[in-house]
Design a protein around this ligand. Structure first.
Ligand code: LLP
Length: 386
């Protein structure tokens, strides 16, 4: 089984905090995704929002993945990385005109459309260029993802997608819009989903919707089920690669695809989370009453997930094999929410020790900020350091 390796001696020469990507873990993950997806002829578009580090993107592009983008910046980064435009999908509730134009100019595979006004604007901008844009309707399936409410997207209370009650209105518009072509439907119910029955629920809903489109005489060429597959944050060493076989099998077994239809996925977290760690140094160990604080030089400016979603990241002291003690592991930012974990069992820790915050390859570096005028973190990968 593959396990992330850390060149600790090299780390000690590098200014912390920084992100470190183990590209062997990434390559193994990609080859497992390809093996399982190819069995079923599924298409995977990597969700750029999870991590757009150029070294990481290069490896993902070389594995033949498409890209799922939610901004003009991501479309540019995907194309720059060498992802063919014919494999780029573009989603998002608020696409600006310049972003739509960028997609049109590059003839991307598909716009995932989330509202009537957006559809009308794409039609208008495509007309101005004498083009016909491929679009898929992002439908809000009202299926629960059983995950943190901040990362649930497929309930009717969420801002995403077109409500099923409004579908008639949208579908009936198409004959009058000459510069958009309806080629598919798109869904995304949430993120960090570990309960496969949520995806099963999505399949059931899509099967019902297929009937609807058949009755409407609309031929759908593709179905895009979004991303959302979760990873094991507790045990990254034992479960470095998510169970892609079980995940894809849910769709193989429960989705009634028509013969001419292709099935598309937009996986982000499951692709990159386990290959990345945030590497930090212990600045101080502070005893405060009965508590011990390990104060790191990384904070929520580098990894915001614990502060924003109460997310758990495994923390390892790479410099110590002493018996464990309990620490509140905190960052240097002037806010109490700048806490990575409370009462965490770490090998006995001292100033200067090197700490890895695990499973940080997804929604880590990309969500970094400069609050407190801190510098954005640098990133290194195993091809550079090992
Ligand atoms: N497709 C769409 C339309 C999405 O909105 C997302 C994620 C994905 C695909 C990729 O989902 P994934 O396979 O990564 O679960 N910052 C949060 C996660 C936000 C996810 C937003 N949408 C976190 O750190 O947990």
């Amino acid at each position: 089984m593959i396990k992330a390796k850390y060149p600790v001696a090299k780390f000690s020469e590098i200014q912390t905090p920084f992100y470190y990507y183990d590209l062997e873990v990434l390559r193994e993950t990609l080859s497992e995704i390809n093996a399982q997806a190819n069995k079923n002829k599924f298409h995977v578009h990597y969700a750029m929002k999870a991590n757009a580090n150029p070294g990481v993107l290069e490896v993902i592009k070389n594995a033949g993945f498409g890209a799922d983008c939610v901004s003009g910046g991501e479309v540019e980064a995907a194309l720059k990385a060498g992802v063919p435009a014919t494999k780029v999908v573009f989603a998002g509730v608020g696409k600006a005109d310049w972003e739509i134009n960028l997609g049109l100019e590059n003839d991307i595979f598909c716009f995932n459309v989330e509202s009537v006004p957006e559809l009308e604007v794409i039609n208008e901008l495509a007309a101005a260029k004498g083009k016909v844009a491929n679009v898929a309707l992002r439908i809000n399936p009202n299926v629960s993802a059983h995950t943190h409410h901040y990362i649930t997207t497929g309930l009717s209370e969420n801002k995403f997608g077109i409500n099923m009650e409004d579908l008639d209105l949208v579908v009936d518009l198409f004959p009058s819009l000459k510069h958009v072509k309806l080629i598919g439907i798109h869904f995304h119910i949430g993120s960090q989903i570990t309960d496969m029955t949520s995806f099963q629920g999505l399949c059931v809903r899509i099967n019902e919707l297929q009937q609807y489109f058949l009755l409407k005489n609309v031929r759908l060429e593709h179905i895009n089920v979004g991303g959302g597959l979760g990873i094991n944050y507790e045990h990254p060493n034992h479960f470095p690669i998510p169970d892609f076989e079980a995940y894809f099998n849910v769709f193989r077994d429960h989705l009634e695809l028509k013969e001419h239809q292709t099935l598309h996925f937009e996986l982000g977290r499951a692709v990159v989370a386990q290959c990345g760690s945030l590497i930090s140094r212990v600045l101080y160990v502070k005893q405060s009453g009965s508590k011990k604080f390990a104060i790191l030089d990384a904070g929520f400016t580098e990894l915001i997930r614990p502060a924003l979603y109460q997310a758990y990241h495994r923390i390892e002291n790479l410099s110590s094999e002493l018996p464990t003690e309990k620490y509140d592991v905190v960052g240097p930012i002037c806010e109490s929410s700048d806490t990575f974990a409370k009462g965490f069992e770490l090998n006995q820790t001292k100033r200067g020790d090197i700490i890895a915050l695990r499973s940080a390859g997804a929604y880590g570096e990309i969500m970094a900020s400069q609050y407190n005028l801190r510098k954005l973190p640098k990133a290194y990968n195993s091809d550079e350091l090992i």
